[in-house]
Design a protein around this ligand. Structure first.
Ligand SMILES: Cc1ncc(COP(=O)(O)O)c(C=O)c1O
Length: 461
């Protein structure tokens, strides 16, 4: 007899999870088919949180349910902490927030989504759930929809952290398509001039190829993009959405994650870009297509360290949207509760109060204008003919970043040389590509930076 421990995974489905799955099966079976095994097992327990919520309403003598310490009708607190809070009420700072987030914050973020994405008007989509910023939203999306071995489609220009989240954590396989026309895919091509706009046909072709014989695909599109700083034109946005609809019509269940981290930072360099999230075009589009919007206050409200973001579901069947959103809401709350418990209350309160502040829109516009001026300066400087022998500029028009493809040198060697010899820090994203974060460059620093890049390339050749 072997004395090795039993390593059989626990796979039982709780009756509450089972009930959620049955609701999905009846209203939108394709959404149930999109869920990972963990996603199917997820539910929000009728445990401490829901018993506490009931007691809050009905325990009018003593409420001894809450897992915090209280006195005199409020949370116990220390003046060394309270004295830091300004006019934020103690209860809005130090108590636990609900697993889905503060209800007021969720409502205000939904209003913001509608105001900034007119194509969502009259569409049936869920109430945003609060996440510990977008990275946590990505992780939640992985938990809900990815099993080891599942395939994801992303552009070949991608934020490196996706590999940790989706490949290392969830065991998914990332496949790519060439982001730009004329860029020749991952390896670059010898035809270095004339990088054009987005290669939506390559996206459609790769989607069809990967969809062949697969029940489900998870697609992740990040616009404005990191590392390229690219937001598609309206025509490109239509082409991406049409390709997804065609593939959904062919029968592939598609979960499309829209990472909108840099939403709103649109500068329209070299022509008009979209100013709405693809989420608006995808919600309610096809039963086999579930749109998942990830966005956050981190970049949009310039509060990176507050770790406040959102996950919002845009189901394909308008008539079943409420049931689908309720079930996904419960499963996501379960994942939050079992992962980080809840997102910091103080962060949520600050973001909620900022969203209600009358000055917010003008303040955001002013910061966007500062970034736009930097982006314009970069556009002007980096595209100068004198630099053409050193790099090609990938089209960019938005966000924080731009990317150049350097000529005749290895990007990583160049990065190190720039640090060692010029005191300049840039990011090498592949063997050929170097990313410049103009978001943290003053306008007057743009020209000297590109001069240094040019000189470093000449030195290395
Ligand atoms: C494309 C993209 N998504 C998500 C994130 C992470 O955002 P957050 O700080 O909200 O987790 C970043 C940040 O660098 C990013 O570039």
């Amino acid at each position: 007899m072997s004395d090795s421990p039993d390593r059989t995974p626990h796979r039982e489905i709780n009756p509450i999870a089972q009930a959620l799955n049955e609701k999905l099966e009846e209203a939108a079976p394709e959404v149930l088919a999109m869920l990972s095994e963990y996603g199917r097992r997820l539910y929000f327990p009728k445990g401490i949180i829901s018993q506490t919520a009931e007691a809050r309403q009905r325990a009018n003598r003593f409420n001894a349910t809450i897992g915090i310490a209280t006195e005199e009708g409020g949370p116990m607190s220390l003046s060394s902490v309270v004295s830091q809070l300004g006019d934020v009420p103690v209860a809005d700072a130090v108590t636990y927030a609900p697993p889905a987030g503060r209800p007021g914050l969720r409502a205000l973020w939904r209003e913001k989504l509608l105001a900034e994405n007119p194509s969502l008007t009259d569409k049936a989509f869920g109430q945003p759930l609060v996440t510990s910023a977008i990275t946590h939203g990505l992780s939640l999306a992985g938990e809900l929809f990815l099993d080891p071995g599942d395939v994801m489609l992303l552009p070949d220009k991608l934020w490196g952290n996706y590999r940790l989240t989706f490949e290392v954590h969830h065991g998914a396989r990332i496949e790519t398509f060439p982001f730009y026309l004329g860029s020749g895919g991952d390896s670059g091509s010898s035809d270095s001039r004339g990088l054009d706009r987005m290669d939506t046909e390559a996206f459609a072709a790769r989607l069809a190829e990967l969809g062949e014989g697969r029940e489900k695909l998870v697609v992740l599109l990040n616009f404005p993009n990191n590392p390229t700083g690219y937001m598609p034109t309206p025509e490109e946005g239509d082409a991406l959405a049409a390709a997804l609809e065609r593939q959904a019509e062919r029968g592939t269940k598609l979960v499309v994650i829209c990472d909108d981290a840099y939403f709103g930072l649109f500068y329209h360099l070299g022509g008009a870009s979209m100013t709405e999230s693809l989420f608006g075009k995808l919600t309610g589009r096809h039963p086999n297509l579930l749109a998942v919007k990830l966005d956050g206050a981190t970049k949009e409200l310039f509060v990176w360290g507050l770790r406040c973001g959102f996950i919002t579901f845009g189901p394909g069947r308008p008539e079943a949207a409420e049931i689908v959103c309720d079930a996904l809401d419960a499963k996501t709350r379960g994942a939050v509760r079992g992962g980080v418990s809840n997102v910091p209350q103080l962060s949520q309160t600050l973001v909620e109060r900022a969203l209600g502040s009358p000055g917010l829109a003008a303040e955001r516009e002013a910061k966007c204008e500062t970034l736009r001026l930097r982006a314009e300066r970069v556009f002007e400087v980096a595209n100068q003919p004198k630099f053409a022998e050193s790099w090609s500029v990938y089209p960019f028009n938005s966000g924080y970043f731009m990317l150049v493809r350097v000529e005749g040198v290895d990007a990583e060697k160049l990065r190190v040389h720039l640090l060692d010899e010029h005191g300049v820090g840039l990011i090498a994203t592949s063997a050929t590509d170097i990313r410049v974060a103009f978001s943290c460059l003053e306008a007057q620093d743009v020209e000297p930076l590109f001069e240094a890049l040019h000189q470093a390339i000449q030195e290395l050749r």
